[in-house]
Design a protein around this ligand. Sequence first.
Ligand SMILES: [Fe+2]
Ligand SMILES: [Fe+2]
Length: 184
Amino acid sequence: MVSQSHTFKSSTSKPEHYVCAQGEGSIWNFHVVLEFWNDYTKDGVCMASEKLMELLNRGIARELQVSIQYMWQHVSVTGVESVVVEDIFRKIGITEMKHAEEIAERLAYLGGKPTTKPDPIFVGGSLKEMLERDVKAEEEAIALYKQTIKVADEEGDVTTRRLFEEILGHEEEHHDTFTRLLTE
Ligand SMILES: [Fe+2]
Ligand SMILES: [Fe+2]
């Protein structure tokens, strides 16, 4: 049974949700079950799969990216329209930083390690260039968070699902704001 334990530890294809879905599988001895349990639980409570935690970390990297991106757009935008849009960039940038914090808190609770590395940041030159990239960034966020909600729902993780449903609503508002600014 010890060799089974080592096989599991070195495997890259862990049977996700094993403990959560099936409890102590009869083919495993106590020590192997305990290792499963330690990988997937905290204090005996089912936490999250690696797949879901990876999605949360992708969300954090994205939120860090756009919070910096919008902040720098806020300080660097020029021209007549900048009077209107600079405050929009600032406010949305602050919202994105709060999203990063909320997702990181959830991931830490689930037993994961939040990334400190943002996705590639694009500030842009003209306002049109900035807004085009921001619309794209929001579209990517919407797609990623719909996927995260789906996986959280499949795992019965109501709290993570609700968190991302709320964040998704914000991202759709941002997408709408940037899209309307781009077409004005
Ligand atoms: Fe966000
Ligand atoms: Fe957003």
